[in-house]
Design a protein around this ligand. Structure first.
Ligand code: BG6
Length: 485
């Protein structure tokens, strides 16, 4: 599809948490910046809602999730004219005719965005087919988590493939739309300097952290069924790992990039019942203090089962069995109600073999390359320098590698970038069917071990950095998490 062609975007789950927090704000910002081609946006809802109440709900969401400086009245007015609401029960096959009658007739470019639970994806794809809504130029965007294990993800892949070709399917992982992730690719593949160091000869280990200070919020109904492994690890963390570890793709085009990511997933060392306890830590938050306020334990959150064993934290030591990465552990962790909201990829280079300077801690002075995805984007290289003055004292210094205009430019939200890519038919930052399955294939045995075990996740205090066992995971390898990098 050419980006200037008018489109119809149908958001299934169109007033859900994701739509309100991320999708509608991203669409608004694209519209405001003149980057959204002419077209209409439809939100489907299960319960009937008047057009006025619907517009009010969207406006309230934008006020909450878009910075006030970007919310001009004129942009909002023209954006609101593009919004439409359709009441549909997506589990009822007979209602798709109703949906079709609410859309424009004819040869239109339609994008169906599935932001519902993935248990509805098969129904929706079939319903769209039966009501004749799928044309050769149509696209379907699937939100994560797609399925809850390998078998269910495969079933969804197969069902959707009955009605859409693979090139029409966009499996989204919004972490790939974050500015720093794309900058990581540029830094790696546009500079010979880093790529030559990017292997087991020079890198000691890599840490990837996505920490959130928020708890489960109002999403307990979803989250308690899913947990951190399926919500964050199987997708966001493994995708960040793939981008960090993949070989240089031959071209910046969908299949080249995806081929390389799949190779990484296939090279991940399996974690089995015998190795799970030494490589994986799962936790669940207890009461504590978060952002200065007392907060309840996970099990006391509204909507959470009182005896829930759902993990809200996971840390894993991952190894990649290939020439580039053999012997270089990747430590990945994510959790809710942690001390801070941050997302970082920290590449720890090996310490120098011998120091001629009076440096007491060679390993803590080793070079680090830090990719910060949020809250403030940026890239820093930690080097050593001489302390000014007498003697030859060495101290760490940070070299900022941020683009010069980072502060002056509004950095687009990940969903802006990805919605734009989906609209314009660029699938490079979306997952292919086999990639999704390889990620589940690796994760499944861990989920199975948890399922078979009586052990509940280790509790951790809200506002801390997770369970003690996560600290131990690195400590037993003589390493520390980067908590304040
Ligand atoms: C989503 C998860 O994919 O990512 C949420 O479902 C999580 O649980 C969110 O809060 C975090 O995204 P971001 O971009 O705010 O870090």
């Amino acid at each position: 599809m050419h980006i200037d062609a008018p489109f119809e975007l149908v958001l299934f789950g169109g007033l859900g948490d994701l739509a309100q927090r991320k999708l509608l704000p991203a669409l608004y910002l694209l519209h405001r910046d003149g980057r959204l081609p002419a077209g209409r946006i439809y939100s489907t809802t299960r319960r009937e809602i008047s057009p006025e109440a619907f517009t009010d709900r969207v406006r309230t969401a934008l006020r909450q999730y878009v910075a006030a400086e970007f919310l001009e009245e004129s942009s909002w007015q023209s954006f609101s004219e593009r919004l439409h609401c359709l009441t549909v029960d997506l589990s009822d096959d007979t209602q798709y005719e109703l949906l079709a009658s609410g859309l424009m007739a004819g040869d239109i470019n339609r994008i169906f965005y599935l932001a519902t639970g993935s248990d509805l994806y098969t129904n929706i794809a079939r319903g769209l087919h039966n009501s004749g809504l799928i044309l050769s130029q149509s696209k379907i965007v699937l939100e994560k988590p797609i399925g809850h294990d390998f078998a269910s993800a495969q079933a969804i892949n197969n069902a959707v493939a009955e009605y859409f070709s693979e090139s029409q399917i966009y499996r989204i992982d919004h972490y790939l739309g974050k500015e720093t992730v794309q900058n990581l690719m540029v830094l790696r593949f546009a500079n010979s300097l880093f790529e030559s160091q990017w292997n087991q000869k020079y890198i000691d280990h890599i840490q990837i952290t996505i920490s959130e200070s928020l708890g489960v919020e109002k999403r307990a109904g979803f989250y308690d069924q899913v947990g951190a492994m399926r919500d964050m690890f199987q997708n966001h963390l493994l995708q960040l790992l793939c981008i960090t570890a993949m070989e240089p793709p031959a071209r910046l085009e969908p299949d080249s990039v995806r081929d390389e990511k799949v190779k990484v997933l296939k090279a991940l060392k399996s974690i089995t019942a015998d190795t799970v306890s030494e490589n994986v830590v799962r936790g669940q938050y207890d009461a504590g203090v978060s952002e200065g306020k007392p907060v309840p334990r996970y099990r006391d959150e509204p909507g959470v089962q009182p005896k829930s064993t759902t993990e809200t934290f996971i840390a894993v030591k991952v190894e990649i069995d290939n020439w580039r990465w053999a012997g270089v552990p990747f430590y990945l962790r994510t959790g809710k109600r942690l001390a801070d909201r941050a997302c970082e990829i920290v590449v720890h280079f090996k310490a120098i073999p011998h120091s001629i300077f009076p440096m007491q801690h060679k390993s803590t002075m080793a070079n680090k390359l830090i990719f910060r995805l949020q809250p403030d984007e940026g890239i820093r290289l930690m080097l050593c320098e001489k302390r000014v003055g007498p003697g030859m004292n060495v101290r760490p210094m940070n070299l900022s590698l941020n683009p010069a205009n980072l502060k002056q430019t509004r950095v687009p939200e990940a969903y802006e970038r990805l919605l734009f890519d989906a609209l314009s038919g660029n699938a490079t930052l979306f997952l292919r069917d086999d990639e999704l399955l390889e990620a589940w294939r690796w994760v499944d045995p861990i989920l199975q071990c948890w399922n078979d075990s009586e052990q509940r996740p280790e509790p951790y205090t809200s506002g801390s950095w997770g369970p003690a066992a996560a600290t131990l995971l690195l400590a037993k390898d003589g390493r520390l998490w980067d908590e304040n990098s």
